[in-house]
Design a protein around this ligand. Structure first.
Ligand SMILES: [Zn+2]
Length: 158
């Protein structure tokens, strides 16, 4: 019986760096334009009155076309949150100097909460029910990043 040849395993590292460019569609485009005017837009369902932010074409609850645009926020309530202590970038995990606060914020007039970063407060003070307000980039740049983050209501805008 022939002996199996010893196999060696070769590991190849291939650094990949892609820049994606894709159409966001009518709904997200209008949402982003709204952010450029420092407005947060959602859509209301004519069937069940649910208001989603960011807007989507169809209601997830009753499957109707959602086409009534409404302005929501800029204040809202933290419904849930998580505190990040590391960041993952290009596959590498790195410990953050300051924890990053991510919250599900239910904006005034919206039915569905929006995932957003919260700044301007200690992680130990973040809690469900906290009132927060939107902080927009200044100047705006017609991108999703125009809605920079949220901070507690009553806080000075930097
Ligand atoms: Zn609906």
């Amino acid at each position: 019986m022939a002996e199996k040849a010893e196999r060696s395993v070769v590991e190849v590292e291939v650094p990949l760096d892609f820049t994606y460019n894709y159409r966001v569609g009518q709904y997200l485009e209008r949402y982003i334009k709204g952010l450029g005017e420092k407005k947060i837009l959602g859509v209301r369902c004519s069937g069940c009155s649910k208001v989603t932010v960011p807007p989507r074409n169809f209601c997830g609850a009753c499957n109707r076309v959602m086409d009534e645009w409404v302005e929501v926020g800029p204040e809202g309530t933290v419904e849930n949150y998580t505190i990040g202590h590391v960041k993952v970038e290009r596959g590498a995990v790195e410990k953050l100097d300051e924890p990053r606060l991510l919250a599900m914020v239910k904006l005034e007039g919206a039915t569905v909460p929006l995932l957003a970063e919260v700044k301007g407060m200690a992680a130990s003070e973040l809690e469900n029910g906290l009132r927060v307000k939107a902080v927009f980039k200044d100047p705006v740049s017609d991108s999703l990043a125009d809605l920079s983050h949220f901070e507690p209501v009553g806080q000075e805008v930097k």
